[in-house]
Design a protein around this ligand. Structure first.
Ligand code: DOR
Ligand code: ZN
Length: 345
């Protein structure tokens, strides 16, 4: 066993809940969770109670996020009626993409009307990707619209075997499509909901064993480009309600789960670094973070949640699991933020 140095990991899909839902998380606690998990750059999603669909809301978020201890970017949001703000939003260096919800989830940003969807794909200035929450038939529609309007499409939290196939086909046809998979879909299936109930409830929901196998095959062969957590904290109370809130936290367990998969021989360490650093950086054009690294021993097992969590929600569906490679030191642009496995920032 030996400590190794890795680049700072990147998570392009997190919900840090500020402003509007800081009972679940805020930029300070969410960024501490990132650093604890070896993640030095996150991109925050726009589905706040008051969605990030105007320049005013965007500026407010950028200001609030100054308290984050990791680097942070933002995806702009759309309700289909804010196309007049796209050029300004896309020109901001803090903005890395446009998030579009084609299926129901937490928040009020669902667009179902095909005409409105077309308006969005036509109006976003091509360059920065359009990220879609699109399941099943909605995914086919998004792939077609992106192609028609010359947009780069990123398919978030791909879940079903048929969706992996749709992305494989689109890539083979030369379409500008990338896809991300979440650790919860890689490591759990619908069976886990029987025991974990609300704590294993999210959108898109956990799939079948067949879906899970297709996700692993797609991640290993590169059809699925990256790992993104969809870190979506909710309070325990909100998860124990009927129906429970959708979403699970992921920042503090994603790297440990992926290194567990390396230890099991399911994927190579090189591919994990590519899926959690190199490709997210390339797809979203994230600036280099000089003098930034994570030190850990990829062969060292540890128990998830043994010392609690940094995330304000204070739980994880993976508590008690044996993970690998707990970050022991994290340095961000020359500043040590985590030492001996503890945040010192
Ligand atoms: O489970 C989910 N939770 N899926 C999403 O797409 C949104 C997220 C949230 O914000 O809670
Ligand atoms: Zn999400």
């Amino acid at each position: 066993m030996a400590t190794k140095r890795f680049p700072g990991f990147i998570d392009v899909h997190v919900h840090l809940r500020e402003p509007g839902a800081t009972q679940k998380e805020d930029f300070y606690t969410g960024s501490r969770a990132a650093i604890a998990g070896g993640v030095t750059f996150v991109i925050d999603m726009p589905n706040n109670p008051t969605p990030t669909v105007s320049i005013e809301r965007l500026d407010e978020k950028v200001a609030l996020a100054k308290k984050a201890i990791c680097d942070i970017g933002f995806h702009y949001g759309t309700n289909g009626k804010n196309a007049d703000t796209f050029a300004e939003a896309a020109s901001r260096p803090e903005v890395f993409g446009l998030k579009l919800y084609c299926n129901h989830t937490t928040g009020e940003m669902l667009i179902e009307d095909p005409k409105l969807l077309e308006t969005v794909f036509a109006a976003w200035p091509p360059g920065k990707p359009i990220l879609v929450h699109a399941e099943g038939p909605q995914l086919d529609m998004a792939i077609a619209l992106a192609d028609k309007h010359g947009q780069r499409l990123h398919v978030c939290h791909i879940t079903q075997a048929s969706e992996v196939e749709a992305v494989r086909k689109a890539k083979a046809a030369g379409r500008s499509v990338t896809a991300g998979v979440c650790p919860h879909h890689l490591f759990m299936t619908e069976k886990d909901r029987e025991e974990k109930k609300g704590y294993a409830t999210m959108k898109p929901p956990l799939g079948t064993l067949e879906d899970q196998a297709a996700l692993w095959a797609g991640l290993v062969d590169g059809t699925v480009d990256i790992v993104e957590t969809d870190h979506a904290p909710h309070t325990k109370e909100e998860k124990e309600k009927d129906p429970p809130a959708f979403g699970v936290p992921g920042l503090e367990t994603s790297l440990g789960l992926m290194l567990k998969a390396v230890a099991d021989g399911s994927i190579t360490e090189e591919r994990v670094v590519e899926a959690m650093h190199t490709l997210p950086r390339k797809i979203f054009n994230i600036p280099e973070q000089p003098d930034t690294y994570v030190e850990l021993d990829p062969d060292a097992p540890y128990t998830a949640g043994k010392d609690g969590y940094e995330s304000k929600c204070g739980w994880s569906p993976f508590t008690g699991w044996e993970l690998y490679g707990k970050p022991m030191k994290v340095v961000l642009r020359g500043k040590t933020l985590l030492e001996d496995g503890k945040i010192i920032a």
